[in-house]
Design a protein around this ligand. Structure first.
Ligand code: ADP
Ligand code: MG
Length: 586
C-alpha cells in the first residue's frame, strides 16, 4: 500500500485500492502513474493483457479530473462493448470515494437515448467504442471539445478491427492541448502511424519486450493428424479435470461445431462467435465468468473482449494466420500474476509456423505427447479422490445412512473404496481401453490414422437417387443399426463413403455385398485410410489402388458441407462412439 502512496496517489484513491485488495503496483502502473500524475504529457505504453493497464491510466485520470465539474474531461476509447463495460466498472470501483463521479459507457447494441441521457447528467469520463462514439458525436449527443485526457486502450486491437477512420474522426473533435495516452499489447505499423499523427513527443514505456507474450505463460504443442484434432482436444481436457479455458478456432463454423460436439460429449462448453446475437453472447460470457462453462470455444474476433482472470489454459484448436494473434490469444491466460499454459494442437505442416512464433515471442515451445488412456484414467481418479477427500459432509444424508450401511455390512473399507472408484473409473476405462496413440511424428508420414472406425466405399450414389441423408437412412435400415452408428456419409455421383465403428465392419460386408438396389448389385469395400491420407498430400484424387475417388475421399470441409447442415447433420459430423464417456457436470 505504501508503494501505491509513493507513486503519488491521493487518499481517496488509496482507500479504494485497499478495498480492492491491490497490494503492490504492477510494472506498468509503477512506470506510468508517476509520469501521468506529474506531467502533462502524451504517453505510449506497451504491455501485455493482464498487466493492470486499466489502473495505470485510470488512477491518474481520476486524480486529475475535477469531479465537481460536470464537463466531460476524460475519454477512453476501447475496441469492444465487453471491454468498455469492464473499464467502466473498474473506473467506478477505483473512484468509489469520489463524490459525484459519473463514468458513462457508450457502446453499440444498447439504447443510444439512455446513454445520451446519462452523459447529459454530467459525465466527467466517457468510456466508448469508436463506432457508437462517432455516431453520438454526429448527433451532438456528446461534447468532447473540452476533454483533457484521451486514452486509446488496446490500440492495436482497435486498429485491427478497422476503427482507424473512426478514431481519426473522433480525435478531430477533441482539443489539440489534450494529452493522449495510448496503451497497446503490440506495436504494429498502424499503431506507430496513429502515434506519430496524434501525439506530441510521447513518453514511452515498455513492459517486457515488444510483441512478447506474458512471462507467466508456458507454451506447448501437440502433434496430431489433421482429423484427430477433436480427439486431441478431448484428451487434453480429460487430462486437466480443472481446466478453465478458451479454445480458439479459426472460423465461426468450426467454433460452433467444436462447441456442439463438446457439449454432446458431456463437457461444460459454450460457443462465442459473431453469428450469435449480442444477447446470446452476453449469456455465454456470463456463464463463463461464473465458471459454469469450463471450455469457451471462440473465434479470435469474438474473444477480443475477454478479460477473465484465472483462465488456466488457452487451447489453439488451430493456429491463427497472424503471429500477433497468437500473442493475443495466449495473453488470455497468465493474467494478474497467475501462471497459464498455451497449448497448440498442431499438424506436421504447422511446425514451421510454431518455429516462427518461437522467434517472435522469444520463448520455446515444449513438444508434448497427447496423454494416453491410462494416464487420463489416473488423473481423473486422483482428481476424484482429492475431491472426495476435501468434501464436507452434508448431514442431510444422515437419515439415509442406515440403509446404505446395511447394504455394505459385509464390505470392507478397502473393497468399498475400490467399488466406489470403479464407478468413475469404468466410465473412462471403457472409453479409453480401445484408445490408440494419436500422436503424429514430426517426420514420417506413416502414422496410422484413427482406427476406431472403418470407412467404406459403396457403389451407390446420387445417380441412384441418394442424398447423403437418404443414404444414411438406407444403411441404417439395411444394417439394422442406430442413428449414430453410421456416420461421415458422403454421397458422390456414382458412389458414396461412410464410416461405422470397427465392431460393425464385418456386418457391413456381410449384409450389403451382393444385395440389389434398382437392379444394381451392391458392392462395398473397405477404403484404405493410410493410402487416402498419403494421397492427400501427393496425389489428391487417387487412392492406393488407383481408383479415382472424390477430392478427398469423403469428409468434406468448406462450402460443400454447408448444404449438409440439415436436421440430421448432428449425428453425421461427430463420428462418435456410443461408449464415449460423458463428463459429469460440475
Ligand atoms: P490489462 O488492461 O492490462 O489487460 P487489467 O487492467 O484488466 O489488465 O487488469 C487485470 C486484472 O488485474 C484485473 O482483475 C485487475 O483488477 C487486476 N489488477 C490490476 N492491478 C493490480 C494490482 N496492482 N494488484 C493486484 N491486482 C491488480
Ligand atoms: Mg485492458
Amino acid at each position: 500500500m505504501t508503494k501505491f502512496k509513493a507513486l503519488g496517489l491521493n487518499e481517496t484513491l488509496l482507500q479504494a485500492i485497499t478495498d480492492l485488495g491491490f497490494e503492490t503496483p504492477s510494472e506498468v502502473q509503477e512506470k506510468a502513474i508517476p509520469v501521468l500524475l506529474d506531467e502533462e504529457t502524451d504517453l505510449i505504453a506497451l504491455a501485455q493483457t493482464g498487466t493492470g493497464k486499466t489502473a495505470a491510466f485510470g488512477f491518474p485520470m481520476l486524480q486529475k479530473i475535477d469531479v465537481e465539474s460536470r464537463t466531460t474531461q476524460g475519454l477512453i476509447l476501447s475496441p469492444t462493448r465487453e471491454l468498455c463495460l469492464q473499464i467502466t466498472n473498474e473506473m467506478n470501483a477505483y473512484g468509489k470515494y469520489f463524490k459525484g463521479l459519473n463514468v458513462t459507457a457508450i457502446y453499440g447494441g444498447a439504447s443510444i437515448t439512455d446513454q445520451a441521457n446519462k452523459v447529459k447528467k454530467g459525465a466527467q469520463i466517457i468510456v466508448a467504442t469508436p463506432g457508437r462514439m462517432k455516431d453520438m458525436i454526429s448527433r451532438k449527443m456528446v461534447n468532447i471539445s473540452k476533454i483533457e485526457y484521451c486514452v486509446l486502450d488496446e490500440a492495436d486491437e482497435m486498429l485491427n478491427m478497422g476503427f482507424y477512420e473512426d478514431i481519426n474522426d473522433i480525435l478531430s473533435h477533441t482539443p489539440d492541448e489534450k494529452n493522449t495516452w495510448l496503451f497497446s499489447a503490440t506495436m504494429p505499423k498502424e499503431v506507430a502511424t496513429i502515434a506519430s499523427k496524434f501525439m506530441y513527443n510521447p513518453h514511452e514505456i515498455t513492459v517486457g519486450t515488444k510483441n512478447q507474450g506474458s512471462q507467466n505463460v508456458s507454451h506447448e504443442y501437440y502433434m496430431v493428424g489433421a482429423r484427430d484434432r477433436y480427439l486431441a482436444l478431448k484428451r487434453l481436457a480429460d487430462y486437466n479435470p480443472d481446466i478453465f479455458s478458451v479454445v480458439f478456432c479459426r472460423t465461426k463454423r468450426d467454433t460452433q461445431k467444436v462447441a456442439e460436439k463438446l457439449i454432446e460429449d458431456g463437457y461444460n462448453a459454450g460457443a462465442l462467435h459473431g453469428d450469435l446475437s449480442q444477447n446470446q453472447r452476453d449469456l455465454v460470457m456470463k456463464s463463463f465468468r461464473n465458471k459454469q462453462i469450463q471450455m469457451l470455444v471462440a473465434t479470435d474476433v469474438a474473444a477480443r473482449g475477454i478479460d477473465v482472470d484465472n483462465i488456466t489454459h488457452v487451447l489453439h484448436y488451430q493456429l491463427p494466420d497472424e503471429i500477433e494473434t497468437y500473442t493475443h490469444r495466449s495473453g488470455r491466460t497468465g493474467r494478474a500474476g497467475k501462471t497459464g499454459v498455451s497449448m497448440v494442437i498442431a499438424t506436421k505442416s504447422e511446425l514451421r509456423k510454431i518455429k516462427s512464433i518461437e522467434r517472435i515471442i522469444k520463448k520455446e515451445f515444449n513438444k508434448k505427447d497427447i496423454p494416453d488412456g491410462k494416464a487420463i484414467c489416473e488423473v481423473q481418479l486422483m482428481s476424484l479422490a482429492n475431491k472426495v477427500n476435501h468434501t464436507e459432509i452434508n448431514h442431510e444424508i444422515d437419515p439415509f445412512i442406515d440403509n446404505i450401511n446395511s447394504l455394505f455390512e459385509e464390505t470392507s473399507k478397502e473393497e468399498l473404496i475400490k467399488k466406489f472408484f470403479s464407478v468413475e473409473f469404468n466410465r473412462f476405462y471403457n472409453y479409453y481401453k480401445k484408445a490408440h496413440d494419436i500422436n503424429a511424428s514430426d517426420k514420417g508420414s506413416h502414422k496410422e490414422i484413427s482406427a476406431e472406425s472403418t470407412r467404406f466405399f459403396i457403389n451407390l450414389g446420387s445417380k441412384d437417387g441418394f442424398t447423403w441423408m437418404s443414404m444414411k437412412d438406407f444403411l441404417k435400415a439395411e444394417l439394422k443399426l442406430g442413428r449414430d452408428d453410421v456416420f461421415k456419409v458422403d454421397t458422390k455421383n456414382t458412389f458414396s463413403f461412410f464410416n461405422v465403428e470397427n465392431n460393425h465392419a464385418e456386418l457391413v460386408l456381410q449384409k450389403l455385398n451382393g444385395i440389389k438396389v434398382n437392379d444394381r448389385i451392391v458392392s462395398v469395400e473397405v477404403t484404405e485410410n493410410k493410402a487416402r491420407d498419403r494421397g492427400r498430400s501427393r496425389n489428391r484424387n487417387r487412392n492406393k489402388s488407383g481408383k479415382r475417388f472424390g477430392n478427398d475421399g469423403g469428409n468434406f470441409r468448406g462450402s460443400k458441407s454447408d448444404s449438409r447442415r440439415g436436421r440430421n447433420s448432428k449425428s453425421d459430423r461427430s463420428g462418435k462412439s456410443s461408449s464415449r464417456p460423458r463428463r459429469s457436470r460440475r
